[in-house]
Each structure stands twice: as C-alpha cells, then as structure tokens.
Ligand binder design. Structure first.
Ligand code: FE
Ligand code: FE
Length: 325
C-alpha cells in the first residue's frame, strides 16, 4: 500500500538547548531559517509547528514563508510562548489579572499568525499553569481560570482551532491540564467545537496513561485534533526518539488511530540534546514507516476477535507478528 501519510515536527527539534546544568547550551544558537533548512533536509517532513514570537524577531513572514517553500514545508500549528519568564506564575491562571490579559493578547495575536501562514491551529501549551506546593493555590479558582482562559479564546475566535497539549508536570510541579481526562472534562465544560486535544504520546506515558486508551477516549469525545510522538522512560518527559523505548505501546497507539480512521499528521516532538538532530528525526520516521507497514499487515478482524475474549496472548501475538514480522 502506497503511503501518503504526512509527517511533521516541532521546529524545536532542530534547535540547540540549554538546561540547568549545561547553561552554556548543547550547541550554538541556530536561527529559525537554519532550523527550517534542517527540517527540510530530513526529507520526509511536510509540516512544522513554529513557536511564536519567532526565534529571530526581526524576520519577516515573507522570509520565513520563502524558506519554508524552498524546503517544501508548511506550517501546521503556531505555539504562542505562554510559558516564558513573564508567565512564570501561569498564563491563564496567573494571579495577576494584567498578566492573564497579556497571555490573552499574545494568543490572540497568534491567531492572526495562524491565519497568515494558513496553519491548522493555535497550540496551547500551558506549561506554567499549575502549582508547586500544597496550599499554594485555591484549587477551585485555579481550575476555573484555566478553563475560562481557553473558553474565552475559543469563543472569540470561532473560525480558528485551538489545541491543548496536556502534560503531567514540568516546568510546574503540577500542571492544571495534566491528563487526557482532566483536559476532556474542561472541554466538555467549555463546550465549543473549535477546541480539542493535541495528544503527546510521551506525555500520556509519563502521566501513567496508556496512550492508546487516551487516544480512544479523546476520539470518542470528538476532541483528538492532533498528536505528536517521542519516547521516554515514564519517569520524565525525556522526549527521546520515537520507538526506541516503547515500540509496542506506540504501535497500539497508531492501531487505535487507524481503527478509528483518524487522519492527521504524525508529528515528532523530540529533543535530541546530544545527537545529530536530522538523523534523530530520520530514525524516528524510519520507525514510523515500519509502524505503518505493521498496520497494513495486522489482521484487524482477528485482533478484534481476540480482544472480544480479552485474549492477551492471541492479541499480543498478532500485534508482535505484524510489527516485527
Ligand atoms: Fe509535544
Ligand atoms: Fe513534552
């Protein structure tokens, strides 16, 4: 079966990073134009997710668009930076109403960027919306602000999609949007059609979820708007190369997507601190292509039959044979 599966990546895959130890960074600063060229050199990427404001604030949209076109790339999402120093105590849930308003304005400006680039959504990653200590926040007020902030944006911009990427923790010790179920609870309450979930496979793993089950739940509630993959050891958001640690769970995740005819871009959200960035993306996509072939080989009817009996051995054999041949 010829594949027309599209692949994508967060542009940060091609950045160099700092952490609290290597405060001099794991490599030299790269410009956005360099990163776009690197994304292009992967060969299999069709789209990128861009953080905004852009890494190089002086760049015009025209220059960025020309670089994207040169590399046959399009923009799938714009991720407004609502998690930087200004928002260290939260964007939607910041105790200062003025900072909450700034977050609202920044995201509203990002809506215009989404439209200008013809992207699919504004990605909300409320990494600072949370708390660190017992008794630090009033949980009722905190959660209400988290929901109201997203709800207001979705109501004001009915022609644009918003996706929330939930994550259990980091940088906050506890995040408001920490799980698939809590995020769905908010979306049910907000009750607007243009806001959904971007399910990060690694965040689900890290949160103790079964990513396949999380995907099914989000699909059943009509809210799976996007996804990205990577891998980790479950104790942290390691953002390792997809397929290197949890290949079977990744396979089951994609099985659920295909079973439900979910069509969307398979995106990478990896942080190759010490590895060749382009090769790390290639290695992930090589595995994702194996996953696709595995799904082509998988006997869905036989699997459904085994699952109807909760037969772990029969189902596991079918899955293993399909993936590893
Ligand atoms: Fe992600
Ligand atoms: Fe992450």
């Amino acid at each position: 079966m010829a594949s027309n599966q599209k692949f994508g990546a967060g542009i940060w895959h091609f950045a160099n990073y700092l952490d609290r130890y290597a405060t001099d960074g794991y490599g030299d600063h790269r410009t956005l134009l360099d990163m776009i060229d690197m994304a292009g050199s992967v060969g299999d990427l069709s789209v990128v997710d861009l953080t905004w404001p852009f890494v190089d604030p002086g760049l015009t949209h025209e220059k960025i668009k020309a670089q994207l076109a040169k590399n046959q790339l399009e923009v799938i999402g714009i991720t407004p930076e609502i998690y930087t120093r200004k928002f260290m105590k939260g964007a939607f849930t910041n105790p200062d109403a003025g900072v909450r308003r700034e977050a609202h304005e920044l995201i509203t400006d990002a809506v215009a960027v989404v439209k200008d680039f013809g992207a699919s959504y504004v990605k909300l990653w409320p990494g600072q919306d949370g708390w660190d200590y017992p008794f630090q926040v009033d949980h009722h007020n905190h959660w209400k602000l988290a929901m109201d902030g997203v709800g207001q944006l979705a109501a004001e911009n009915p022609d644009v999609k918003f996706v929330i990427e939930y994550k259990p923790r980091e940088p906050r010790v506890k995040m408001a949007y920490d799980s698939v179920s809590r995020t769905l609870l908010a979306l049910e309450k907000i009750n607007l059609p243009n806001v959904g979930i971007l399910l990060d496979f690694g965040h689900a793993l890290f949160g103790g979820e079964s990513p396949a089950d999380s995907a099914q739940l989000a699909i059943d509630y009509g809210r799976l708007f996007g996804m990205d993959v990577n891998d980790n050891f479950r104790g942290w958001d390691d953002d390792l190369i997809a397929g290197t640690v949890h290949p079977m769970e990744l396979f089951e995740f994609f099985y659920v997507l295909r079973k439900n005819n979910w069509e969307g871009v398979w995106q990478l959200d990896q942080f190759p601190f010490r590895d060749d960035h382009v090769e790390a993306a290639k290695m992930a996509i090589e595995f994702l292509k194996r996953v696709e072939k595995g799904l082509d080989r998988l006997d869905f009817d036989a699997l459904q039959e085994a699952q109807s009996r909760h037969d772990a051995v029969a189902a596991g054999r079918l899955a293993r044979e399909a993936l590893f041949g």
